[in-house]
Design a protein around this ligand. Sequence first.
Ligand code: TXA
Ligand code: MG
Length: 318
Amino acid sequence: MTGEIGEIDEIAETGETGEIDEGVAVLRRGGLVGMPTETVYGLAGDASNEAAVRRIFSVKRRPPDHPLIVHIADRSQLAGWSAHVPASAAVLADACWPGPLTLLVPKADHVLAAVTGGRDTVGIRVPAHPVATALLQRFGGGLAAPSANRFGQVSPTTAGHVRDDLGGDVDFVLDGGACPIGVESTIVDCTTSPPQILRPGGIADEEISRLLDGATEGSSGPTRASGMRASHYAPRARVEISETVAGATILAAQLASDGLAVDVLDPTADLVVAAQQLYVWLRDADTRGLDVLVAVLPPSFGLGHAIRDRLLKAAGRG
Ligand code: TXA
Ligand code: MG
């Protein structure tokens, strides 16, 4: 099946070397590369090159106060990007990297204000995709990479999505297949006591809490990462939400009787598949010309936290 880790391993092993080299060359001259990760595709630029970082913001049409995550090749590079590594960050990095987890730590002096939006913290992550790993290892430095979509729109989970969304504004796109997780990384602020989950994502809140012996504040409260304001991850179609299938069906029937093109999205059967497919389903709503997509919210457990969060934001209720 497309998007399984085994298949991506094969892609990375069977001669993408030339492509990786080309990606590195683009990054070294300050260009931007569409980079597959296990969560979503990123729009990557050299995190130490201010012009490249500024171009990421302009291509994404993203306000400058929405900081970027710095991606590094492995855990040993964390100390080089942080003023000091809080104990909670060390525990989570050891347990979850490489993987879908971003840690906010106090930033090292050299980290550009353009990357952090002027904050004294920086978000760091070691992605678990073999193409991202190869690119980061050969590049050597950190890569600032937000999701490779225009601000507020649906995140990309294939190379085709990146090309469709950004066209000629991205210099080179590495094709690593479909992203195996499909929703963004979990973001944990390790500079507070207790640490706080700012964005639910590919690693469940329960797992973060278990790793920190319960000493964490979950994502069920208001989300605090900047850029987490309403109407993100949104297709052109209006998104309505319901806690139950029955409620969604009734609402869809009402909207259809008003003459609107409507469908129901029920992601509750298998949350792993739902996370993988969520952004494809949201994009399909537009391809199919729907006016309204009525989505059933999954329970607040496991990947359900992230799927709920994205659907609520797509509905402008985040
Ligand atoms: O899975 C992911 O995290 C993907 C892939 C490409 O790695 N990246 C991603 O980046 O989702 P982006 O920029 O679309 O979302 C990052 C979020 C934004 O809401 C940003 O404001 C927040 O993280 N963020 C980053 N650094 C922060 C900081 N120092 N303080 C508060 N929020 C921060
Ligand atoms: Mg994003």
